[in-house]
Write a protein that binds this ligand. Structure first.
Ligand code: SAH
Length: 257
């Protein structure tokens, strides 16, 4: 038992990916650790349907982290995890998607490692994988894209510091996290660096959840289409000719969630 890593141990922190929203996309390990936890520290990105799985005996701490809604600053979260573990609790730090993909999970475990707190990291289905599957847009495809890059589209002072020539390549899919407000800049830059204005692009709101909505267009049209659709975060942007496959491969929205 003491050596079985699948059972939560007192004084440990489990950094767990909750997947992109559909509770059935949790791993068996994530579900088990949630079940065995004394306390769960969660982000705003963790879907309500997943929090419904948390038993009433488990303490819940909301760590926030929406723009302008920093319930707890990152430093405070790091120290909170240390404190809870030192108090002998079984701590599950639950994060949307995968903890090591744009999740600041690295920073959290760095603090744990520095303070000698034992931890494990449980991967989750990152938004790119979940959204692509449920929107019917393969990330790679022999006839369309041999590579796929994930980038953050978070704006800093109204601009994005990205490797534009590297992103504006054909036979590649570009997935942008946190890109909703930067969408116009993003599309403009990719055109400026050589992709055609009619290059296919899609934006998906709350993928894998009942509120999933997908808007498709081109680099030239997507910003206006997304604005007209009044999409809200979280959204994921997918750029590349793989987007055209959605016409044939879409299934989730049709099925009726
Ligand atoms: N660690 C997370 C990403 C955190 S960054 C993961 O691996 O998925 C937050 C960004 O993830 C959001 O701004 C959005 O771009 C994306 N995202 C997360 N869940 C999403 C979902 N269900 N649908 C669309 N985008 C999502």
């Amino acid at each position: 038992m003491a050596n079985n890593p699948t059972h939560a141990r007192p004084g440990w922190v489990y950094l767990v990916g909750a997947g992109s929203g559909d509770p059935e996309l949790l791993t068996i390990k994530a579900a088990r650790l949630i079940d065995e936890a004394d306390v769960i520290v969660y982000d705003n990105l963790v879907a309500p349907a997943i929090l419904d799985l948390v038993g009433p005996q488990v303490e819940r701490i909301y760590a926030g982290k929406q723009r302008g809604d920093h319930a707890l600053a990152q430093e405070e979260i790091n120290h909170l995890l240390v404190r809870l573990a030192r108090a002998g609790r079984r701590v599950v730090r639950l994060k949307g998607g995968d903890p090591f993909t744009f999740g600041r999970g690295g920073e959290e475990v760095e603090t744990l490692a520095a303070d000698g707190i034992p931890f494990e990291v449980v991967p989750g289905i990152t938004a790119a994988a979940g959204v692509a599957a449920y929107a019917g847009i393969p990330l790679t495809h022999r006839e369309h894209a041999q590579a796929c890059v994930f980038v953050t589209g978070h704006l800093k002072d109204g601009s994005m510091d990205l490797d534009w020539p590297g992103l504006a390549r054909r036979r590649q899919t570009v997935v942008i996290y946190m890109g909703l407000s930067g969408l116009p800049v993003l599309c403009e830059k990719l055109i400026e660096h050589g992709l055609p204005p009619d290059w296919p692009a899609a934006i998906v709101q709350r993928g894998t959840q009942p509120e999933q909505r997908t808007v498709t267009g081109t680099l030239a049209t997507l910003p206006a289409l997304a604005a007209a659709a009044q999409l809200r975060a979280p959204t994921l942007i997918i750029i590349g000719t793989v987007v055209t496959l959605r016409d044939k491969l879409r299934w989730f929205e049709e099925r009726g969630a």
